[in-house]
Unconditional design. Structure first.
Lengths: 211, 640
């Protein structure tokens, strides 16, 4: 093997045996990995919850929702989606800001996310208020699944918001900067997770019964 | 073989290190310690106590079944006995015991000073202690779970099981799940980030690989059990209908969720045991385990395939035959990686120079029993055979060969093998050999006859049986075996206590073994390694360059450890390790009150306690105060 090395930046250089066998140092922290695995296990819970939803739905007969319950109302769910899905963007912006040593971006971004998350929860509360007049968690298995799944997600949004609020409080005290922002990265990961899970819940619980 | 790997204790750097890691013995440090070795020993002792209690349950059952129409216990008591025996052995003994081994050994084997998250580790132990205590105290209160260890609905749903018994089951296991999950994540991250420099993935000891494989299975399997238990609790307490067919629910959902967890759980229990066997053999065969890359591949393959076999627990439920064929094939497939391991161990012995010490005896006993359990396992993978013997004593025989033969034998091998490292004392060899033969003979006398009584039609979980069915002699034989087995286990416990109290001091490396835990003192100092090892091979203690690096390297000062890269183990730099703290204990105590509040239906208490847990966690994770310069805040107009 005496051939001259291929020029850097080319595909041939990047796929050479030694390039593939060499680990690029990325400096992931222990906390980052810990959060990744926490998210992995929690994502499995949501996957199984949605799996149980479809299992029970397809085992329960032709009508879904069962007779007596109308198909899920979409207006509020769409508002909730519009509120929650983009709420990851301020977090990303805030995290990039603190990497450059700009705490004001961190504070502003987290505040925006906090507001979006709180609005999401209040729309969910009003949706519950309407729905509970029609069916409850004990009406039948549809009610049990609907409230358990959305409630479990709402609980995760609440935990995520507590984390964001906690981070905001810590950032006001001035603990973060370009050299120290592990906790920001970790909370951001969790928030993205909570956010993405909603997309799956929206498609499964709200859109799929209308297919 | 004596190896001088520790630098001289009198060096001033080492004295400074002793000071930085010293914990003054007091009640406060007892509650606040984050030392992985103390926590690991606690896990093992606590799990050992739970093993003893669940073993007494078994002895009572065997006594009741020794002859037909016996009236030692009532049917209700018998239900609680077999449920608690199974639940405790699986959840409160096996997994926590191996987590105890892992806690003590994984950081030592990878040459680290502690786990990746020492405080979380302490928290995990306290949660385990709380969950175990709740479940066992319920037994003394006569309200223990009584629906079998897999708690099938509809039997366990409200109308058929009123009372608190099954609430204890659902909440106790959810509570315990917190501990198991964070323990698993801790093992994975420790193995990824805390390995000594130079320990690339192809130099990681097999026991560490096994703990990582187990932990990955926990991360993806335990959610199914947690979800099932949460649904069961909601069904029972708040009137939901997940498992209630009259309102659109489905009772098979429980079985699917339970076994999606339950089958990987068999490997969650057995895989660390396989790792122990792979650790014990090199020292007693004077060579490394044969086919290391295949062994690693086998562990990873088992961890993956174990998720695709759960329906073989449901062959008698009337699912479509096509699914039976698929799961039957998958269940047969999993014998291949298991077989690779067995043959690799046999090859190790064949190519090695055997020294038949007590740990080696238990390792060989494991191979014999595990192969027998695996053999009946292949029989169960055949749907037609399974449907004939399911829920009979044949199943009881099979899973005891797999779980006692496959997990407890290696565990006992591990107890004898690492006792010098855990306690700094040597055990009495003769006592150990007596214990081995009693356990081996007792085990086979107990469980082999169950194959026969099972084939003769004796169903599991019956509290008594009439005479004249041909079951009497086999049951009597099993009961006699159970007493012999108990005697053997008492000898093991006696041997451990005797070693701690009167045993001669253990050398650092009594077996001349190959992994890094033998390169430090017995028992290890609180900082494990004064010099962070530089690893040059898979067998660092047998390797001249690694030994020399440890003997001549620089002492890493302060309460610090070294981080390395995930794949190649390149040094990334030292990090400050967390000091001891009372917060993990406080958080676990808070969580205990959440569980008790839910159990007693005092929801205000649960909410209040949950709030206290949040406050504790917020305090725990609060970042240290930094000046803008330390944190790296940009000044006007220029980068930090």
């Amino acid at each position: 093997m005496t051939a001259s090395p291929p020029p850097p930046g080319t595909l041939r250089q990047a796929t050479r045996a030694d390039a593939l066998a060499t680990e690029m140092p990325v400096g992931r922290t222990r906390g980052w990995w810990g959060m990744v695995f926490l998210i992995a296990t929690e994502a499995t819970v949501f996957a199984l919850l949605l799996g149980s939803y479809f299992y029970l739905r397809f085992q329960s007969g032709r009508h879904w929702p069962p007779p007596g319950i109308e198909k899920p109302e979409l207006t509020k769910a769409i508002i909730m989606t519009i509120l929650l899905l983009p709420s990851s963007l301020p977090v990303v912006w805030a995290e990039r800001g603190i990497r450059r040593g700009q705490p004001w971006r961190l504070r502003l971004g987290l505040s925006l996310t906090l507001i979006q998350g709180l609005l999401f929860l209040s729309v969910q509360a009003s949706e519950y208020a309407t729905n509970l007049k029609k069916f409850t968690i004990t009406t039948d298995v549809y009610g049990s699944l609907f409230y358990a799944t959305t409630g479990f997600h709402g609980f995760h949004v609440t935990i995520g918001l507590v984390m964001v609020a906690w981070l905001l409080a810590a950032s006001l005290r001035g603990s973060f900067g370009a050299r120290h922002h592990d906790r920001v990265t970790i909370v951001a990961l969790y928030w993205h997770f909570v956010d993405i899970v909603w997309a799956f819940i929206f498609m499964s619980l709200y859109l799929s019964p209308r297919l | 073989m004596t190896v001088q790997t520790e630098p001289d204790q009198r060096r001033p750097e080492v004295a400074e290190l002793e000071h930085a890691w010293h914990e003054r013995p007091s009640l406060r440090t007892w509650l606040s310690t984050v030392d992985h070795k103390r926590i690991g020993r606690r896990y093992m002792v606590t799990a050992g106590v739970f093993f003893a209690i669940a073993g007494v349950d078994a002895i009572i059952m065997r006594t009741q079944l020794s002859r037909p129409n016996n009236g030692l216990v009532t049917p209700e008591e018998f239900n609680q006995l077999f449920t608690m025996h199974g639940t405790a052995m699986i959840f409160l003994f096996a997994t926590p015991m191996f987590f105890g081994f892992g806690n003590f050994l994984v950081p030592l084997m990878v040459g680290a000073r502690d786990m990746a998250f020492p405080r979380l580790n302490a928290f995990g132990y306290w949660v385990f202690l709380g969950a175990g205590s709740v479940m066992f105290i319920s037994q003394f209160a006569g309200a223990a779970p009584d629906g079998g260890w897999f708690a099938y609905v509809p039997l366990t749903d409200r109308p058929y099981s009123p009372g608190r018994n099954l609430d204890v089951y659902a909440l106790g296991l959810l509570f315990l799940g917190v501990s198991t999950t964070i323990g698993a994540i801790n093992f994975i991250v420790t193995a990824l980030k805390m390995r000594a420099p130079g320990m690339s993935l192809n130099r990681v000891p097999l026991f560490v690989w096994a703990m990582v494989g187990t932990s990955f299975m926990v991360v993806f399997a335990l959610p199914a059990l947690n979800l099932a238990n949460a649904m069961l609790f909601l069904d029972r307490r708040f009137g939901t209908h997940f498992f209630d067919p009259t309102h659109g629910g489905n009772s098979l959902l429980w079985q699917h969720l339970f076994w999606v967890f339950g089958h990987p759980d068999v490997y969650i229990i057995v895989m660390p045991a396989l790792g122990i066997v792979s650790s014990v053999l090199p020292g007693f065969c004077r060579r490394g385990v044969a086919a290391y890359p295949l062994m690693v591949l086998a562990l990873v393959t088992i961890a993956i395939i174990s998720f695709g076999v759960w329906v073989h627990h449901m062959f008698a439920t009337g699912l479509p035959f096509l699914s039976y064929s698929f799961f039957s094939a998958a269940s047969t497939l999993i014998t291949i990686p298991s077989g690779i391991q067995i043959f690799a161990w046999l090859a190790t012995m064949l190519r090695g120079r055997i020294i038949a010490g007590v740990p080696f005896l238990f390792a060989v006993g494991f191979i014999v029993n595990f192969v027998l359990g695996g053999f009946t396992g292949v029989m169960f993978a055949m749907t037609v055979f399974d449907q004939q013997v399911t829920d009979s004593y044949f199943v009881v025989a099979h899973f005891h060969y797999v779980l006692f033969g496959g997990a407890v034998f290696p565990l006992l091998a591990g107890v004898y093998y690492w006792l010098p490292k855990f306690t700094g004392r040597m055990f009495h060899n003769g006592l150990g050999k007596w214990a081995f033969w009693l356990v081996f003979i007792g085990f086979n006398t107990t469980f082999f006859p169950m194959h026969v009584s099972g084939l003769l039609g004796m169903p599991r979980r019956v509290y008594t049986y009439p005479t004249g069915l041909g079951w009497d002699p086999w049951n009597l034989l099993a009961t006699i075996g159970a007493y012999v087995l108990a005697l053997g286990l008492i000898l093991v416990a006696t041997g451990v206590v005797q070693a701690i109290r009167r045993g001669p001091a253990a050398p650092d490396d009594p077996w001349g073994a190959d992994t890094l835990e033998w390169a430090t003192s017995s028992p290890p100092r609180p900082y494990n390694f004064a010099v962070i090892p530089q690893v040059h091979s898979l067998h660092p203690v047998w390797d001249e360059r690694s030994r020399e690096a440890m003997a001549t390297g620089d002492v890493l000062a302060g309460h610090r450890a070294v981080l390395t890269s995930e794949l190649d183990g390149d040094r990334e730099g030292p990090v400050e390790m967390p000091e001891s703290s009372l917060l993990p204990f406080a958080a676990a105590l808070g969580l205990l009150f959440v569980v008790l509040g839910l159990l007693w239906g005092q929801y205000w208490l649960a909410v209040l306690a949950a709030f206290a847990v949040f406050i504790t966690l917020a305090r725990w994770l609060w970042p240290p105060h930094r000046t803008p310069e330390e944190a790296g805040v940009a000044r006007e107009g220029r980068a930090p």
